[in-house]
Design a protein around this ligand. Structure first.
Ligand code: 0A1
Ligand code: ZN
Length: 884
């Protein structure tokens, strides 16, 4: 890790005499270079003497020559920032070991050996939050992807599978609870105030799934009886005081366990399943075998402090981590290029679960919205990569929306092409064939081919090629025949100038304009660059509904007549397609308006169509409020930018706000009535009450843009009378964007009410940082100096600065001040937590697709970062790729 350069004798790298060296390019790891490891490590025995500032680790490895690999005279055990205090081989201390780039090289002559190594680490100094670290007086680990090597020397790669036995000991006062993977075997106390626990995990696993937790925790306990009748002890561990907020997480876990048995035939395989919540965590959660570790954000919820969105996210993440027990743990990845094997598949599984728990169509719309807002821009920018990347310098940079969300879409297409039953057979075969193995994406595809009876030869291109395919659609009508012309183009991406056509499954229907009906949906697979399909029996030109349910993760390019979009928005029986028609209507208008391509007549006509579509969506009594809420969400800023080769972020922002203002003022009566109607629905956690909350805040959003004086009053009242966080935060969000005394009042009130709850204070930071307020930059600067801001806590950093990148008038301020703020943050955060710092590079990396003056400013900030003397591997890689 180039973040750790050799230090001067007094240990302070700043004191070095030599001028700072420029960052050297870290090694490029390539997928094609995969080779199996020379050794097997069937068993690992670990002993931990735990302390916040000093933890001693004793590791005993049983190693055997791997008959399937090349022979070697030594074993390379990876290390990162650690030194061996003792090394023994077969019980004898040796000094013939050496170090190579942080790794421990131990010469070995026989076929089987026992290696023992002692290391010591300081968890309190671990600000990267990788390996063993301290969080609020508790010790916990994060080993995926390459954190285990920060604890002890080990072949830290996912294709080395071992059975772990762990003994942990420490002060009973400080660490009353001692947890590890697998099952608890024994525990005891000593007279000196320490205690110990022994854990054994019978399932062979790679080191990235190792986990340990020691701390003062309390548990919400429950049990689950599996389909074969085994009783599993469940526990969710949190800090004292948080226990009352764990019920939703527990319910979600039990629902997920049941669903996986019913839907995928997957049963849990240990006697206990522990979940621990920590407040300092780089990601959402981690699927360590039998001991999941979660960001508190995805565990803790009650109605006063968590929004409906938080409840959904907890359910989804709980399910995701639990589902990894099969898709990830029982069958793991051969190497990190195969990450989507476990992540894409597990995201699909958690999406299908959430679809089954709530509204299928609303969940689908939400998932597509995220894909378009995050993955599409990634796929069209400098960081574009296939769902199975070809190379990386730092694997943490590849935990991306592409690997996760596009990965899920790719597997979903397989399911669409064969149907749920055949897909299930394919999955059964995959789990059966590869249980206990470290597999590849290719293994998965082959199992689906064999088990589901699909031919996926050409489909494999989805794993190899980056970029969002563009599908051009044209419908012709002649006599009684409609002809559909389709063509596809996969755009060039970094390192991939030429692309081949991919199979694109498109669900489509042709509507009769008069009756508003169609004769059944069809599935068409576009396999070539072009295809034409004819449909007879249409005396009049039909209305085409295509890519229904978002059957393929592509961008449809089509000049759909406005009246067809209005028709589909009102009549389509596929809820996603209905949403899509509304989006298309708005996207086309905003795209043209923001690029100055809208003459005044077309502008007026576009506005008129949007107004009437919104008016029907607000008043249509056949819609439930959850779906209505989706129809009323305007396409996001980043998705609109995607439609333009080069975008002016401020123009998009102004047009988008202008449209909101128009809708808010012209439909003032309708929105106010909708707000009043929804406010009268009694509070609760059922779908009706949730829908009411969703449209209530949406009404406020439009009213705030159109009639701010009126909106302020309604929002302040909603804030004051709120009995749940959804209503309160919705009102605060709207007020945060307005200049008014109510804004100041409520922001202060919110802080005072919730100052003791870090997750709610995260919301308080985020709502101000992402607000529509013209002074957002000043607000963010002041918040960065707030006593509650803490650069070491990733949740807090994201809630202030990631939120800010979503405020276009601030982040894209013409002065360049927004870009500078983010670049300053990256430089300050990089030495503390490189993984989190590197995540902030992407917003600056969009410069090529941004208007010229701003592009220059964005690029200049990237250059400034790249010249910093000691960049981490993480940030170095992202900045270099972004400069291109
Ligand atoms: N496998 C986890 C994601 C994860 C990856 C890296 C981490 O390191 C900080 C943590 C979590 C998942 O998909 O949920
Ligand atoms: Zn995952």
């Amino acid at each position: 890790d180039i973040a750790r350069t050799p230090s001067t004798p007094d240990g302070n790298p700043e004191m070095a005499d030599a001028p700072p060296e420029p960052t050297k390019a870290p090694q490029l790891i390539q997928r094609e270079d995969y080779a199996p490891f020379a050794w097997l490590v069937p068993e690992v025995a670990l002993r931990f003497d735990l302390g916040i500032e000093r933890t001693r680790v004793h590791s005993a490895l049983t190693v055997q020559r791997n008959a399937r690999a090349n022979t070697a005279e030594f074993i390379r055990l990876e290390g990162d920032g650690i030194t061996p205090l003792e090394v023994t081989v077969d019980g004898e201390a040796i000094n013939s070991w050496s170090m190579d780039d942080g790794d421990l090289m131990v010469p070995l002559s026989g076929d089987t050996h026992q290696i023992e190594i002692v290391t010591e680490i300081d968890p309190s100094a671990n600000t990267q939050l990788m390996g063993l670290f301290a969080s609020n007086g508790m010790l916990c680990t994060q080993c995926e992807a390459e954190g285990f090597r920060r604890i002890t020397f080990f072949p830290d790669r996912p294709d080395v599978l071992s059975v772990y036995s762990v003994r942990m000991s420490g002060s009973k006062d400080q660490f009353p609870i001692l947890l590890c993977n697998g099952n608890l075997k024994a525990s005891g106390e000593r007279p000196d105030g320490t205690h110990w626990a022994e854990w054994h995990d019978p399932w062979p696993k790679p080191s990235y799934l190792f986990a340990l937790v020691a701390g003062d925790l309390v548990a919400n306990r429950d049990t689950f009886t599996t389909s074969s009748g085994r009783e599993v002890e469940l526990a969710i561990w949190v800090r004292d005081g948080d226990l009352e907020r764990t019920d939703h997480a527990m319910d979600s876990l039990k629902r997920a366990m049941k669903w996986d048995e019913e839907t995928f035939g997957r049963e849990y395989d240990l006697d206990t399943f522990n979940v621990v919540a920590v407040s300092d965590f780089n990601m959402g959660a981690m699927e360590n075998k039998g001991l999941n570790i979660f960001n508190t954000k995805y565990v803790l919820a009650d109605r006063a402090t968590a929004t409906d969105g938080d409840y959904d996210a907890i359910e989804g993440v709980m399910a995701h981590e639990y589902f990894h027990n099969w898709s990830g743990n029982r069958v793991t990845c051969r190497d990190w290029f195969q990450l989507s094997l476990k992540e894409g598949f597990t995201v699909l599984r958690d999406q299908l679960f959430s679809q089954d728990m709530g509204s299928e169509s609303v969940k689908r719309i939400e998932d597509v919205r995220v894909l378009r807002a995050v993955q599409f821009p990634e796929d069209s920018g400098p960081l574009a990569h296939p769902i199975r990347p070809d190379s990386y310098r730092e694997i943490s940079n590849f935990y991306t929306s592409t690997v996760y969300n596009k990965g899920a879409e790719v597997i979903r297409m397989m399911r669409t092409m064969c149907g749920p039953e055949r897909f299930r057979s394919g999955c059964d075969l995959y789990f059966d064939r590869h249980d206990g193995q470290a597999a590849t994406c290719e293994d998965f595809i082959t199992a689906i081919e064999d088990g589901a009876g699909l031919d996926l030869r050409q489909f494999r291109l989805w794993y190899r090629q980056a970029g969002t395919p563009k599908v051009k659609v044209r419908l012709e009508h002649d006599g009684d025949t409609a002809t559909l012309h389709l063509s596809q183009d996969v755009p060039p991406t970094p390192g991939q100038p030429e692309k081949l056509p991919v199979p694109i499954p498109l669900r489509l229907a042709l509507f009769d304009r008069e009756s508003g009906e169609h004769e059944g949906e069809q599935l068409v697979i576009l396999e070539h660059a072009q295809a034409s399909l004819t449909f007879s029996g249409f005396a009049a030109p039909p209305v085409l509904s295509i890519n229904r349910g978002f059957s393929a993760p592509v961008a449809i390019e089509r000049d759909t007549p406005v009246e067809d979009l209005v028709f589909l928005a009102a009549n389509d029986d596929d809820p996603f397609a209905r949403y899509e028609a509304m989006q298309d209507l708005v996207v086309a208008y905003l795209r043209d308006a923001a690029s100055g391509a809208l003459a005044s007549e077309r502008r007026a006509a576009g506005q008129q169509a949007i107004l009437s579509a919104f008016a029907s969506a607000v008043t249509d009594e056949a819609l439930d409020d959850l779906m209505r809420g989706e129809l009323l969400i305007l396409p996001g800023h980043s998705y609109i930018s995607e439609q333009l080769a080069v975008a002016d972020p401020l123009a998009i922002h102004q047009e988008r706000e202008g449209l909101k203002a128009l809708l808010g003022s012209r439909l003032q009566t309708e929105f106010a009535a909708m707000h009043a109607r929804a406010s009268a629905i009694s509070d609760g956690s059922d779908a009706v009450a949730r829908g009411a909350r969703k449209v209530k805040t949406q009404a406020l959003v439009y009213l705030a843009a159109g009639v701010p004086e009126r909106a302020k009053e309604i929002a302040a009242a909603q804030y004051d009378t709120a009995t749940n966080m959804t209503d309160r935060l919705g009102a605060l969000m709207v007020l945060a964007g307005l200049r008014s005394p109510e804004r100041t009042d409520k922001i202060l009130d919110f802080y005072t009410r919730f100052r003791d709850n870090p997750l709610v204070i995260d919301k308080w930071f985020a709502i101000q940082a992402q607000s529509l307020h013209p002074d957002v930059i000043e607000h963010v600067k002041a918040l960065a100096k707030h006593p509650d801001f803490n650069i070491r806590n990733p949740n807090r950093v994201r809630s202030l600065f990631m939120a800010f990148t979503g405020a276009p008038q601030g982040f894209h301020a013409a002065s360049g001040e927004g870009y500078r703020l983010i670049a300053d943050l990256i430089l300050e955060l990089d030495p503390i937590n490189p993984q989190t710092a590197a995540r902030f590079v992407a917003p600056l990396g969009r410069w090529r697709r941004t208007e010229r003056d701003r592009a220059t400013l964005m690029r200049a900030e990237l250059e400034r970062i790249s010249k910093a003397p000691k960049l981490s591997r993480d940030t170095f890689e992202q900045v270099t790729r972004s400069l291109g």
